[in-house]
Design a protein around this ligand. Structure first.
Ligand SMILES: [Zn+2]
Length: 345
């Protein structure tokens, strides 16, 4: 049983990675991620969140509108997915969009996955405008629209997305360019979930430690909000210190994509992103970067420890907190090694 769960866990981690690497704009990646985790405000999900409404799909009026309904089985949208390339999916009974995505990924067909996600994104947009305006959408136009859209993405944006794909490979901490500081930020939650910790570690272009700060807050919010909040706290601290040129690095790819994309989000997350962008205008140069957790250990560790500590906001100058000393050393060793390796080439 546990092996089966482990396999699904691996598949899901893999699915998330693949979805983020797809050559689609960040608004579609974000949508896909929310769909995969069943976080879209379908009528069923709204009902589950305690909103008093009739969860029946208003398009077909035949069934409850959950994610599988609107992105697969609703009689108004089935023609969208009627293409023969999806026919193998028809032979199975899918209980969730997650199941459909897992299925597409286990078939190893990334193009088909991309097509399915773009189609769902389009369907969701048309569904939303139907709920806003009451005008019946023409879903039969979706397949052609998607074909053109994907073709356009492939031809015009190839360069941009190829560039982005490379940043997924950043696994180690790297020194910022000369004249820049780098602030790594992280967020963590205590075991009982009642406290959140945030950590920020500032280093210069030699890789030397400048300062670190930790914050503790009561309560808990979802992981994305925590990660955005870590960046917000970090930026406010940088402004206090009057740092002008900075790279801010987080291990949350989704948050970095929010911040570097042009999409406007309507949510509490969107509001925080707007605040960060406006504070960003006070810097001469501010860059948001993603690094894998392996390259963000000191900030992450500081955040985790802060979440379970007795509390408060602390700042360390010149000498790092002992709890992260060894992790900072490891970062510097890996930096030195990669420089040495570089000099041999
Ligand atoms: Zn329906």
């Amino acid at each position: 049983m546990s092996t089966h769960h482990d396999c699904l866990d691996d598949l899901d981690k893999n699915a998330t990675k693949i979805m983020w690497k797809l050559a689609v704009p960040s608004k579609i990646s974000i949508f896909s991620w929310r769909m995969f985790h069943n976080l879209l405000p379908t009528r069923f999900n709204l009902l589950m969140r305690g909103i008093d409404l009739d969860a029946t799909c208003k398009l077909c009026r035949e069934d409850v509108e959950d994610d599988t309904h609107i992105f697969w089985s609703c009689s108004c949208v089935t023609m969208v997915f009627a293409d023969s390339c999806f026919s193998f999916l028809r032979q199975q009974h899918h209980k969730s969009c997650k199941g459909i995505i897992r299925n597409l990924i286990s078939h190893g067909n990334v193009d088909m996955l991309q097509e399915y996600l773009v189609m769902c994104w389009r369907v969701w947009g048309m569904r939303n405008s139907f709920y806003q305006t009451g005008t019946a959408p023409d879903f039969s136009s979706v397949p052609n629209w998607c074909t053109k859209y994907i073709h356009q993405l492939k031809t015009t944006n190839q360069q941009r997305f190829t560039g982005f794909g490379q940043c997924l490979l950043v696994t180690k901490w790297k020194r910022p360019p000369h004249g820049f500081c780098k602030l790594n930020v992280g967020a963590g939650r205590g075991k009982c979930g009642k406290k959140m910790g945030f950590g920020a570690v500032l280093r210069d272009s030699n890789g030397s430690f400048i300062a670190a700060r930790s914050w503790q807050q009561a309560g808990h919010v979802d992981k994305l909000l925590m990660e955005v909040n870590a960046i917000l706290l970090g930026i406010k601290w940088l402004l206090e210190m009057q740092v002008k040129n900075v790279e801010i690095e987080s291990d949350s790819l989704i948050v970095v994509r929010y911040l570097t994309g042009n999409d406007r989000l309507v949510s509490s997350l969107g509001h925080l992103v707007d605040v960060i962008r406006s504070l960003g205008a006070s810097f001469t140069v501010i860059l948001f970067k993603h690094v894998l957790r392996t390259g963000n250990r000191p900030a992450h560790h500081l955040a985790k420890l802060t979440a379970i500590s007795s509390g408060g906001c602390f700042t360390w100058w010149q000498h790092p907190p002992p709890c992260i000393g060894h992790l900072l050393c490891t970062d510097n060793i890996s930096v030195t090694r990669s420089r040495l390796n570089g000099s041999h080439i």
